[in-house]
Design a protein around this ligand. Sequence first.
Ligand SMILES: [Zn+2]
Length: 384
Amino acid sequence: MSTLVHPMPTDTPEVRRYNRIKRWLGISDGVIGFAVLVLLLVTGWTAELRDWAYRGAWQHYFLAIFLYVLMFSVLLKLISLPLDYYGFRLEHQYNLSNQKLRSWLWDETKGWLLGLVLGGIFVEIIYGVIRVAPQRWWIIAWAVFIGLTLLLARLAPVVLFPIFYKFKPLENDALRDRLTRLSERAGTRVRGVYEWNLSEKSKKANAALMGMGATRRIIVADTLLAGYSDDEIEAILAHELGHHVRKHILKGIVVQVVITFFGFWLTNQVLHFVLARNWFPDLEARLYDFANLPLILIVATVLSLLLMPAMNAISRKHEREADRYAWENISGIDPFITSMQKLADQNLAERTPNKYVEWLFHSHPSIGRRVTAAEEWAKSRQST
Ligand SMILES: [Zn+2]
């Protein structure tokens, strides 16, 4: 079997510009959020918010926490809204979006509510634990966090994702049969393949593996099903199956377990250190004063920022493994390569991003690298 040599198209100035703006949007969003946290602490406004919350809650501790989180999340949302709106406009400018303003606003509202509910529950648990076990709170909070992470991973495809998108079982029988054969050969079973109604909102294409145990499934965007040949879709499904076979979701969770253990320990150390030195006089010396929430979030933000290159490197390794799995299990790499090129065109992805940008920000190897790796793999196959 011969493998065609595919010349790598270069990235147009339009593609470069789109990705540069997206990157700056992400960075600005992070910087502004971080600045708000620092400002709340330094000015003592966080203590002001806490006092309002207590008054509004008739001095009831847990109700006050909820009111504090509510005001906090309203504030953050209002501040980040202009940039979020700019992001919405950007997708339209580059003709990547099908979403109307109303639908976008509704998604923003739902996203904010979801964050408020999940964040609220978790903050309540943290300070509840701090109050009853001030010495060991961080271990208990970590264990609860892991439990919630596992629960959410399991619920994501059946509860969280459907809040924003519609799903239905894949109707294409030929494709389903192919995937069943692929997964039987791998000695594994994915519970289902679902069609993801992405076209309602976006012109981009995508596919993913998600869920845990009974909810484990592959989702394929309808935009992908519409524009790609069966061979190309099979190559993409084989990649997703590779994530399943190599247990990448589980491995990701194990990494989370280790990192968050360290993270909660560090948070406890920083809280004690800062409170003992009275750096922020408006905070009470007691750990359970929830006005110190911005401090906890600063520790979490700095830690995840420092770990971002490592986390992305792990993710890129998983992507390379899933690609390799796909090449080994489909008959010829051409559909893989053409599907990658189509994805790059359709999603305005950079084929050859700046090396440092990729290292720092990208969870996937660039399309350029993935295609080159596939060609080299095929060549080494032919020579043996
Ligand atoms: Zn992948």
